[in-house]
Design a protein around this ligand. Sequence first.
Ligand code: PEP
Length: 252
Amino acid sequence: MRKKIVAGNWKMNTTIQEGIALVNELQKLIHDGNIGSANVIIAPPFTHLSEIINVTKNSVIKVSAQNCANELKGAFTGEVSVAMLQSIGVSHCLIGHSERRSYYHEDNAMLNKKVKLALQAGITPIFCCGEVLKEREEGKLFEVIKSQISEALFDLSADDYSKIIIAYEPVWAIGTGVTASPAQAQEMHAFIRNLITEKYGKQIADETSLLYGGSCNAANANELFAQADIDGGLIGGASLKAADFYTIITSF
Ligand code: PEP
């Protein structure tokens, strides 16, 4: 059965002190068994990862990076490699977030390299895809998502592919307070699951966790997570408030 997952993307927010306070507050809310079958992942900034892995070592919370380099090692000033992430115990990595795609010009070919490097290092990619508003309005949303997913993921072996988590994040919904309706989100999730079925077969498609992201919050998570093909969320703003994030985690 596929995993239910709630992942928090802190983006470039919190100092290390604020980050530790946030994670401690979250850990006080999460007790044994009170989050049902939800898997919890947080993605703090690079500078916080080591300390937050240490602070969460006895908890169910897994720690993700927000990005990784598209090269193994060497003269790439300012970059952080998958080996570095692996060496401190990072379990997951966001790859292809729309802010990386738009501000840092990351394209599908580059994301394909990052996904493969992460997998080689034993790090689970949380691969993000999503259309911008214009693409939706022009009716191109399905072809955009198809090319993002097929170009970045579909040359993986079935074994490698089966380790991937996908987050559908319509760009027009990220950080805007505008959420995709449950029906809009479900429609795209069903489309993505169908793409995976065509490429890797029904069993792998059924086991792929598909997360929704884009202004998902404590008030709307329940309705979104109730959709047949939505297996959880990638949460930005609302993951910075422990109580809200906890409510989302318990929204299945
Ligand atoms: C995100 O950045 O992945 C995200 C979903 O942000 P927000 O929840 O703030 O829209």
